[in-house]
Ligand binder design. Sequence first.
Ligand code: 5GP
Length: 180
Amino acid sequence: MLDELERTLFDEERIRTRIADMGRQIARDYREDKLLLIGVLKGAFIFLADLVRAISIPVGIDFVGVSSYGTHTKSTGVVRIVKDLDAPIAGNNVLVVEDIVDTGLTLSYLATLFRERGPKSLRICTFLDKPERREIPLAVDYVGFTIPNEFVVGYGLDYNGRYRNLPIVATLKPSVYSKS
Ligand code: 5GP
């Protein structure tokens, strides 16, 4: 797997340090209030797992599953819920936790869907942000790292279902794409 990587963007130490900061900030911002984190599956599972352990206040956790890229590296703009939340979110302070915001279509769809359910507040937290690729305006409240327009894998992010378990964020060698 490692010989298929081209360049490391963020190593484990850098990721750990940044997430510790984000956790502290989120705990400060919600210290007076209850917080419900909603992880967007599958990509956000590793980020969410590390983020919650960096947040020192009590939190609730739920997940939503959306259909992802499949085998492509381009967004189709079509968002399909494959697993809805387990519980109602009315009256909760909701923080939607995503792996990466690219075009913004997935999160803008989810934010609209969740707002209709009457949360007390709704904010967005993403591990990575690619603002150059945005196709729809989206207010992102917490961003781990801003990255250029490059396809990355690792730390929950996949290509063709692989590389999610890489502990770093990296780009792939062009030869990996030409094989598939
Ligand atoms: P958006 O709807 O913002 O265009 O896309 C969000 C989803 O696209 C992410 O949750 C992720 O699944 C996928 N995606 C966008 N950019 C990348 C990338 O650089 N690498 C990977 N692995 N997935 C990406």
